[in-house]
Design a protein around this ligand. Structure first.
Ligand code: 0A1
Ligand code: ZN
Length: 870
C-alpha cells in the first residue's frame, strides 16, 4: 500500500467554517449510531466541493437543510466523502452513520476498553467517529447527546458542561446525557466516555473565586488510588495561575483512567483521558519516580488547556507549538515543586539517551517537519523534548521576565485560534522587546532550530594567556548531515560560561550567543597563574548540543568537586564515567582513573561531602547505554552491558565500607513519605546494585525482603539490583512480586517487563511463555511494551548473535501491526540502530527489517520501516 505524503508547503485554509456541531450518539448492543449535524459556512464565494474524512464508517444518510442528498451528488471512498456541489450559502449538513467500537483494536476513534467505551481523537481519530474535515484548523462549538443502557453505561461523559442527564421517557432502561462545550475546539480534542465507572471528587477555587469541580473516574475498586492524581491536578492549577497567570475556564474538569491506551494521556477539553498507569498510584504501589511522573503528566495535560486547547495548532506540522511549549511548562512546574538541579539532570540525561539517539538515526526529523506520511509517527522525543529545549533556549536568551512578557502577548493575541510556531516566536520576541529593548540575537536564524534536524556539535579549543589572565575560546559549530538534509547552516546557540578556581566560581557567569560557524570568545581579567582555571561550560545545559572539548581528568575532578552549577558539576562526573566505561569496553581499563573516581565518590559520601541525597544519587548514576553506544565507533551493547556489571562489582568491593555506611544512613529515611526520602531510596537502590554485583549476600537478603515491604520504590530498586545477578534470591524476589500484585494489571506490567528483561540463557523461551501467560493482555499496549520493550532492553537475548531475538521481535511486530498500528510503528524503532553495529549483528538485524518490509504493513509501520531500509 502506498500512502500519500502531506507537505507543509501545500497547506491551504479549509474552504468552509463549521461554527457549530451537534452530535447524537446512540449506544446500542453491537454498534453505535452517530448523527452529526454541522452548521457549515462556505468561506469562499467560488464553488468548491466539500471534502470530509471518514474511516470505517457505515454511511446511512446525508441530508442538507432537511432534504435528502441523492447518491449522484456525492462520492464515497474508503477514506473520504465528497459532496460535489454543496450550497454556496450557510447550510445544515446532517449525516447519519454507524460505527463498531467493540471490534476496534486500533485504540483510535471510539473503542471498548474493559467495561467502558472511550475515545482517542488526536491526531486523526475523529474521522473514525463521523464524517468531518478532521483537521486542527476547523474549530467548532460542540453539543453532544449520548444515549445508552443505564445499567451497562451509568456514566456518560463528553466535553464542556453537563446540560442535563436523565432516563428516557420512551425507554426507562436507557438514559441520556447532554453536554455543551462553549469553547470552539478542533475535532482532535473531542472526547466521549460511557461506562460503569466510579467517581472521586475534589474542588478547586480559582484566583478569581470560581469553584471548579474536579472529577476522577476509575474502574470499580481503584478508588483508593486516586488522591495523588487529584492533588497533582490542584498543584498544577495553582502553579499555572501563579506563574503564567492562566486560570481554568469551565466549571468542571474530568479525568478518566483507561487500561487500553496507546500513549500516556490526552488533553481533550475538560475531559482528559489517561492511561491508567499514569493515574492509579500511592507510595505502596508506585515508585517515587512514578509519583513524580504522574504529577508531571497530570500537569502537562492540564497546561494544555491554554497551550494546545485555547490556542491550538493550525496544522500538524505545528505539533511542537503545543507539545514543546507544554513540556517546557511541565518541566518548570516539576523543577519549582521539587529540585531544579535534579529535574534538569533527569531531563538532560533523557534527552541524550532518547532524542540524540533519534536525531542521529534514520528517523531523524526536525522539530518542525516539512512532510509526513503518518502523523502518528511524529509524536516523538524530537517534537516533545527537543521542542521544549528550543523554548528553554528562548527563555535563557531573554530571561524570565521578558520571556513571560512574550508569553502573555502570545496568549492574548492567539487565544481562540489555530496558530503556528512562527506566531509563537514572533509574539515572544515582540513581547520581550515591548519596552524598546534589543532582542540580542537574530530571530530568523533562531528559527533554523525548527527546520534543521540533527544534534549540533560545538567544538571548543582553549588558549590560555597566563601573563594577561585571558582565556580565549575558539568555538566552532557543526551539525552533521541527516536524512534529506546534507548541509546545515549555523544556529543561534546560547552558551552559559563561568570559570572555576580552587575556591569555586571566579566572577560572574557569562552568556555568549554563538551564531557563526567559528568564532572566538575571550574571558578576561582572570587570575594570572600558570595553569588555566577550570571552565564550566554550557551550564544548566544551556543548549541541546554535544560538546567536543579536551578536558583533563584533573579539571573534571575539580569541577565535580567545586562547580556551583549542579548540571555542569554532574556533567564533569559523567565525563569521567564515560571515559572509564568506554575504556573497559575496549578492554583497556584505565585503572588509575578508576581509582581516582572511586576516591572522589568516597569523598562525596563521607561527611562534608554532598549533603543532598537526590543530587548525590545523580552523581553516582552512570551514563545510559544509548549515549555510550553513540560514543563507540562500532556500537557493542553486549559488551557495554557486561562492562556496567563489572564496574559496579569493582566499585562494590572497592567502596564496600562507605557504601555500607551510606546504606545505614539511607535506611533512616526509608519510611519518609514522597517526596521526602526519595533521595535516600535512590541511594539505597544504587548501593544495593553495586554491592549485589560484588557478591554481597546480606544485601541480596535485604533486597528480597524489600519486595514484600511497604515501599514500591525499594521493592523495584531491589528487583533491579538482583536482576543481573544469577541467584536464587532473584527468582524468589520475582515470584513474590508476582504473587503480591497479580490482581493489579498496572503493577503486573512491571513484573512482565522485569521478567522479559532478565538475562537468562533460555531468555527467549521465557519471553514466549510470558506472551502466553493467562494474565498477559495482548490488546493492552502497556503489556505489549512491557514484554517486547523488556526484550529490547535485554542485550544478551535481544542481540543474540544468531539473530533469534531480532527475528522473534519482527514476527511479533508484524502481528501487532495488524491490530494496533500506532503501537507497532513506535516499537519497530528498536531496529533503528542496525547500521551502528558490527557486521554480523548488523546483517542479522537487517534481515529482521527485511522480514518486516516484506510483510503486509500499516501505513504507520511502513513509513518507519522504509526509513530504516538502506
Ligand atoms: N497530546 C497528548 C499525546 C497523545 C498523542 C496521541 C495520542 O493517541 C494517538 C494520545 C495522546 C499529550 O501530549 O499528552
Ligand atoms: Zn502534550
Amino acid at each position: 500500500m502506498t500512502t500519500a505524503t502531506t507537505r507543509l508547503a501545500d497547506y491551504r485554509p479549509y474552504p468552509f467554517q463549521i461554527p457549530n456541531i451537534e452530535l447524537d450518539v446512540v449506544v446500542e448492543e453491537q454498534h453505535i449510531a452517530i448523527s452529526s449535524s454541522m452548521q457549515i459556512e462556505p468561506a469562499l464565494t467560488t464553488k468548491v466541493p466539500l471534502v470530509l474524512q471518514g474511516l470505517n464508517l457505515e454511511l446511512d444518510s446525508i441530508v442538507i437543510n432537511g432534504s435528502s442528498v441523492p447518491t449522484d451528488a456525492y462520492s464515497l471512498s474508503s477514506s473520504e466523502l465528497v459532496l460535489h456541489q454543496p450550497p454556496i450559502h450557510p447550510f445544515e449538513l446532517k449525516i447519519i452513520c454507524r460505527i463498531d467500537p467493540f471490534n476496534n483494536t486500533s485504540l483510535e476513534g471510539l473503542y471498548a476498553s474493559e467495561s467502558m467505551l472511550t475515545s482517542q481523537c488526536e491526531a486523526e481519530g475523529f474521522r473514525r467517529i463521523c464524517f468531518h474535515p478532521d483537521r486542527p484548523d476547523v474549530l467548532s462549538r460542540y453539543r453532544v447527546r449520548i444515549e445508552a443502557d443505564r445499567t451497562r453505561y451509568p456514566v456518560l461523559l463528553s466535553n464542556g458542561n453537563l446540560v442535563s442527564k436523565g432516563p428516557l421517557a420512551k425507554d426507562p432502561m436507557r438514559h441520556e446525557a447532554i453536554w455543551d462545550d462553549p469553547y470552539p475546539k478542533p475535532a482532535y480534542l473531542f472526547a466521549l466516555v460511557a461506562g460503569a465507572l466510579q467517581e472521586v471528587q475534589a474542588h478547586f477555587k480559582t484566583t478569581s473565586g470560581r469553584s471548579v469541580l474536579l472529577r476522577l473516574h476509575v474502574e470499580n475498586g481503584d478508588e483508593p488510588y486516586t488522591s495523588h492524581a487529584l492533588d497533582s491536578l490542584k498543584k498544577a492549577m495553582t502553579w499555572d495561575e501563579k506563574v503564567y497567570g492562566l486560570e481554568y475556564d469551565l466549571d468542571e474538569y474530568n479525568i478518566v483512567a483507561v487500561r487500553h491506551f496507546n500513549m500516556g494521556a490526552m488533553e481533550n477539553k475538560s475531559l482528559n483521558i489517561f492511561n491508567s498507569k499514569l493515574v492509579l498510584a500511592d507510595s505502596e504501589c508506585a515508585t517515587d519516580g512514578e509519583l513524580e511522573r504522574i504529577e508531571s503528566v497530570v500537569a502537562h495535560e492540564y497546561f494544555h488547556n491554554w497551550t494546545g486547547n485555547r490556542i491550538t495548532c493550525r496544522d500538524w506540522f505545528q505539533l511542537s507549538l503545543k507539545e514543546g511549549l507544554t513540556v517546557f511548562r511541565d518541566q518548570s512546574f516539576t523543577a519549582d515543586l521539587h529540585s531544579k538541579a535534579v529535574k534538569r539532570i533527569e531531563d538532560v540525561s533523557m534527552l541524550r539517551n532518547t532524542q540524540f539517539r533519534e536525531d542521529s538515526g534514520p528517523t531523524s526529523h526536525p522539530v518542525k517537519p516539512s512532510e509526513y506520511k503518518a502523523i502518528d509517527n511524529f509524536y516523538t522525543t524530537t517534537i516533545y523534548e527537543k521542542g521544549a529545549e528550543l523554548i528553554r533556549m528562548l527563555h535563557t536568551l531573554l530571561g524570565q521576565q521578558r520571556f513571560m512578557a512574550g508569553m502573555a502577548l502570545y496568549v492574548q493575541r492567539f487565544d481562540g485560534t489555530a496558530a503556528t510556531t512562527e506566531d509563537f516566536i514572533h509574539s515572544i520576541a515582540e513581547g520581550a522587546c515591548a519596552n524598546g529593548e534589543q532582542l540580542g540575537f537574530d530571530l530568523d536564524q533562531f528559527q533554523r532550530w525548527y527546520h534543521q534536524s540533527g544534534t549540533p556539535q560545538v567544538c571548543v579549543k582553549r588558549h590560555w594567556d597566563s601573563q594577561g589572565g585571558t582565556l580565549t575560546l575558539e568555538v566552532s559549530q557543526f551539525t552533521p548531515p541527516t536524512p534529506g538534509q546534507p548541509s546545515k547552516a549555523p544556529l543561534v546557540i546560547p552558551m552559559a560560561l563561568a570559570v572555576i578556581g580552587p575556591n569555586g566560581r571566579i566572577g560572574e557567569e557569562k552568556l555568549v550567543v554563538l551564531d557563526q560557524d567559528t568564532q572566538s570568545v575571550s574571558l578576561r581579567d582572570l587570575p594570572r597563574q600558570a595553569k588555566p582555571p577550570a571552565l564550566s561550560i554550557f551550564r544548566r545545559f544551556s543548549a541541546p548540543i554535544t560538546l567536543q572539548m579536551d578536558v583533563s581528568v584533573d579539571e573534571s575532578l575539580q569541577l565535580l568537586a567545586l562547580d556551583d552549577d549542579p548540571v555542569a558539576r554532574w556533567e564533569a562526573g559523567q565525563r569521567l564515567w564515560r571515559k572509564i566505561l568506554l575504556a573497559r569496553a575496549r578492554k583497556q581499563a584505565d585503572k588509575p582513573l578508576e581509582e581516582r573516581l572511586a576516591l572522589a565518590l568516597n569523598q562525596l559520601i563521607t561527611s562534608g561531602g554532598e549533603s543532598d541525597p537526590s543530587f548525590l544519587a545523580m552523581l553516582f548514576g552512570m551514563p545510559g547505554l544509548a549515549e555510550l553506544e553513540a560514543a563507540q565507533d562500532v556500537a557493542d551493547p553486549l559488551m557495554l552491558y557486561q562492562v556496567y556489571q563489572s564496574l559496579k562489582s569493582w566499585l562494590g568491593v572497592k567502596l564496600s565500607d562507605p557504601l555500607q555506611n551510606l546504606l545505614e544512613r539511607s535506611r533512616l529515611n526509608w519510611g519518609a513519605q514522597w517526596p521526602a526520602g526519595q533521595g535516600e531510596r535512590m541511594l539505597t537502590g544504587l548501593t544495593w546494585s553495586w554491592l549485589a554485583a560484588a557478591g554481597d549476600c546480606e544485601v541480596r537478603k535485604e533486597a528480597v525482603e524489600a519486595v514484600n515491604g511497604p515501599s514500591m520504590s525499594l521493592a523495584r530498586a531491589a528487583l533491579r539490583a538482583l536482576q543481573p545477578v544469577e541467584c536464587n534470591e532473584r527468582d524468589e524476589a520475582l515470584k513474590s512480586f508476582y504473587e503480591r500484585w497479580q490482581d493489579r494489571p498496572v503493577i503486573l506490567d512491571t513484573w512482565f517487563a522485569l521478567e522479559a528483561s532478565t538475562p537468562r540463557s533460555d531468555g527467549l523461551e521465557q519471553i514466549k511463555q510470558l506472551l502466553d501467560h493467562p494474565r498477559f493482555d495482548p490488546m493492552a499496549p502497556n503489556a505489549i511494551r512491557a514484554v517486547l520493550g523488556g526484550l529490547a532492553s535485554n542485550p544478551p537475548v535481544f542481540h543474540a548473535i544468531d539473530g533469534s531475538g531480532y527475528n522473534f521481535m519482527a514476527d511479533q511486530l508484524i502481528a501487532i501491526d495488524q491490530r494496533n498500528p500506532i503501537t507497532a510503528s513506535r516499537m519497530v524503532k528498536v531496529f533503528s540502530r542496525w547500521q551502528t553495529y558490527a557486521p554480523s549483528r548488523k546483517e542479522a538485524m537487517h534481515r529482521a527489517i527485511d522480514q518486516l518490509a516484506s510483510a503486509e504493513l500499516s501505513a504507520n509501520t511502513r513509513e518507519v520501516v522504509t526509513l530504516m531500509q538502506p
